[in-house]
Design a binder for this molecule. Structure first.
Ligand SMILES: NC(=O)C1=CN([C@@H]2O[C@H](COP(=O)(O)OP(=O)(O)OC[C@H]3O[C@@H](n4cnc5c(N)ncnc54)[C@H](O)[C@@H]3O)[C@@H](O)[C@H]2O)C=CC1
Ligand SMILES: O=C(O)C(=O)COP(=O)(O)O
Length: 324
C-alpha cells in the first residue's frame, strides 16, 4: 500500500521525523513562501509547521490535506477557520514546551531587572561601568501574570518560590487553579495597577490582539517592567514604544514580535529593550518532545484515531475546558 505523504515545512527534531518515517512518506522543505507552498501542497495528506510558516486560507484551499500539525502551542499562524471549513483537522503539541517557555520568561525577568545583557555588552566593549548597572531585586516585588494556563501557571509557581507576590488575570480558569497555586486573582485593571513586572502568557486571538494598548499602559505603575514570551500582537508595539520613551515603562523583554523576523523594529533600537529571536520553545528537551508529540498526533489523525489536541473550533468556552 502506498504511504500517505507529510510535508514538514519548519525545522523538526529527528526523533519526530523518525516516528513519521515509520508510517508515512516524509518530505522536509523549510523556508517556503506562500506561492511555493500553494504550488506543491496538493501532493500531501499532512502538513507540519512551527511558527515560521504561515498556513493561509490560500494554501489550505489549494490542498487535499487531512491534517495540519503545529509542532508547538500557538496556532495563530494557521487559518484554523479555513481548515475547519474544509474538514481539515488542526492538531498541536501543547504539552511539550511549557517548561522551556517558562524558564526563558524567568531568565528574561532576571536579565531585565539586573541589566545583564547590557552589562555583558558593556564589559565586552572594554568598559567597567559598575555604577551604571544598579538593578532591582525581585524579592517582594509584585509579578502580574496575564494568562494562567500551562506556562503562566509554571511562571507563577516559580515566582512565588523567589519570594515575589504574584497576581494573576485569566477570565477562563477555574478558581481552584488559582487556589491550588496560592496566588491572588484580579481583573486586568487591578493587575496593571499593582504590578512591578507584568508577564504575558495568553494565546494570540481576536480577543487578545492588543490586549495591552495605550489605555492599559496609562493604568500601570511608573517604572513597570514588561515581559512578552507569548505573541507580539498581544501588545500594541507603538504604545509600548511610546511608554518606553516616556519612561513609564522602565524596560521590557521581548521574545516575540508582531512581525517576525522584526525587520527595522524601532523597539530594538532602545537601550531598555532586551530581545531574543522567538526562542521560548528552543531547548533540546522541548524540541525533542514537541516533535514526538506532533508526529504521534498527525499519524493518529491520518488513521482516523482520536487525537489529544485538536484545535478546530476552539472557542473561549471550549478553551476553558481545555486548559483546566
Ligand atoms: N515564545 C515561545 O516560543 C512560546 C510561546 N508560546 C505562547 O504562549 C501561549 C500560552 O501557552 P500555554 O500556556 O501553553 O497555553 P494555555 O492554553 O495553557 O494557556 C493560555 C491561557 O491564556 C488564557 N487566556 C485566553 N484568553 C485570555 C484573555 N483574554 N485574558 C487573559 N487570559 C486569557 C487561557 O484561559 C489560558 O489559561 C501560546 O498560545 C503561545 O502563543 C508558547 C510556547 C512557546
Ligand atoms: O509553541 C509555540 O507557541 C511557540 O511559539 C514556539 O514557536 P516555535 O515552534 O519555536 O516556532
Amino acid at each position: 500500500m502506498t504511504k500517505r505523504k507529510v510535508l514538514v515545512a519548519d525545522k523538526l527534531s529527528e526523533e519526530g521525523i523518525n516516528i513519521l518515517q515509520k508510517e508515512l512518506e516524509v518530505e522536509v522543505k523549510t523556508g517556503l513562501k506562500e506561492d511555493e507552498l500553494v504550488k506543491i501542497i496538493k501532493n500531501y495528506d499532512a502538513l507540519i509547521v512551527r511558527s515560521a510558516t504561515k498556513v493561509t486560507r490560500r494554501i489550505i484551499e489549494n490542498s487535499y490535506l487531512k491534517v495540519i500539525g503545529r509542532a508547538g502551542v500557538g496556532v495563530d499562524n494557521i487559518d484554523v477557520d479555513a481548515a475547519t471549513e474544509r474538514g481539515i483537522l488542526v492538531v498541536n503539541a501543547p504539552f511539550s514546551n511549557t517548561i522551556a517557555a517558562c524558564e526563558l520568561t524567568l531568565g528574561l525577568m532576571f536579565s531585565l531587572v539586573r541589566n545583564i545583557p547590557q552589562a555583558n555588552q558593556s564589559i565586552k566593549e572594554g568598559k567597567w561601568e559598575k555604577n551604571k548597572f544598579l538593578g532591582l531585586e525581585l524579592y517582594k516585588k509584585t509579578l502580574g501574570v496575564i494568562g494562567l494556563g500551562r506556562i503562566g501557571k509554571e511562571v507563577a509557581i516559580r515566582a512565588k518560590g523567589l519570594g515575589m507576590n504574584v497576581v494573576g488575570y485569566d477570565p477562563y480558569i477555574a478558581k481552584s487553579t488559582a487556589a491550588q497555586i496560592k496566588i491572588k486573582m484580579a481583573n486586568l485593571d487591578e493587575l496593571l495597577k499593582v504590578s512591578d513586572i507584568i508577564t504575558l502568557h495568553t494565546p494570540l486571538t481576536k480577543d487578545t490582539y492588543h490586549l495591552i494598548d495605550f489605555r492599559e499602559f496609562e493604568i500601570m505603575k511608573k517604572g513597570v517592567y514588561i515581559i512578552n514570551c507569548a505573541r507580539g500582537g498581544i501588545i500594541n508595539e507603538r504604545a509600548l514604544y511610546d511608554n518606553l520613551i516616556n519612561q513609564k515603562v522602565a524596560g521590557c523583554a521581548l521574545d516575540v514580535f508582531e512581525n517576525e523576523p522584526p525587520e527595522d523594529n524601532p523597539l530594538l533600537k532602545l537601550p531598555n529593550v532586551i530581545a531574543t529571536p522567538h526562542i521560548g520553545a528552543s531547548t533540546k528537551e522541548a524540541q525533542k518532545m514537541v516533535s514526538i508529540e506532533i508526529a504521534e498526533e498527525v499519524i493518529k489523525a491520518l488513521k482516523g484515531e482520536p487525537v489529544r489536541s485538536c484545535v478546530n473550533a476552539l472557542t473561549n468556552s471550549l478553551q476553558k475546558e481545555y486548559t483546566i
